[in-house]
Ligand binder design. Sequence first.
Ligand code: CA
Length: 376
Amino acid sequence: MQIIEINTHLLYHELEQPFQSSFSTFKARFHCLVEIICDNGIVGWGECLGSADINAAVVKSMSSLNIGHNPLNIEPIWQSVYNQYRDQGQRGPIHTALSGIDIALWDIAGKYFDAPIYQLMGGAYRMEIPAYATGGFRQEGCDHQQSCIEEMVARVEEGFKAVKIKIGFGVKNDIETIKALRQALGGDIEIMIDANHGYDTIDAIKIGCAVEQFNIEWFEEPVIPEALDAYQMIRARQPLPIAAGETWHGRYAIQTALEKNSVDILQPDVCGVGGLSEARKIITLCEVNHVRLVPHVWGTAVALAAGLHFHAIIPPMPICHNEYSPKLEFDRTYNPFRQSIVTKPIEHKNGVVPVPNGPGLGIEINKSMLKEFLPK
Ligand code: CA
């Protein structure tokens, strides 16, 4: 079996209602899929986290290194491609592009051996993943507190037992929003807060101390991801568990963050950290550093499927009668192609999502839908 073609597919949809995290405004949904075609007709799919057009350019640049190779040599391909590019990027687009390629290679391997990826990677600890609803962005031009609470009440009515909202819109505003959200949802729903590195150390510590009383599950990306010493300081000076990791790509960046005791919860994204191959290595780093691993997920059904296979193979740490299961991040913001590009949508039932059980990623791409969302 040989790789004969590598294509990227850009998916684009302009939003009628743009939404905001602490620092960015999402005016469109824009994602990059990777398609790898083999000489025997097997096709694998992957997805890259982050800027779709940059990822597509880097995947294209990497393609010539892979054509003609046996796609089952996933690890040698990963290592040789990374080695060619490491001087230009030990994190960022080199890793996000390589992630899409790696996931597509695992999809091919699964289809070739007629087995789900989680099986090829050593087997699943769980086949149903409890999910949390991600949302609560600030709708451009709207009152954040009101729209965030309405949205999260709806998610809980849908069956989610845990929700994550965006903060980073001012210390006073954020504290009031979190207080009102806890009142609206009652005591049993888990609440996570994500500042998307919109604060400095002083304000992050202020917020963490102020909202502890509202029983917050974790405080995500309080400050910029480069500031590892600040993460350590925030962990020491406020009471909430600190989570981060979606921008720490590759084993070296993550090892540095773990050595610095930056987080209580590490959040690598399969589509950014270097694909499923690298994600599996990150499991070991978390084990030896004794850090909880709860993956980040953001993208289409391809990213969701890859994330679900990753969730399946994360061992409980420790194995015990009352094991902690890492929750799936399930983005509930508007994205018309998230599910329509697959023949069978990945959905939750009462906040629980099954791991796809077919060969490879266990999904089938609806190719005619890809054309519907071509960038203009
Ligand atoms: Ca985040």
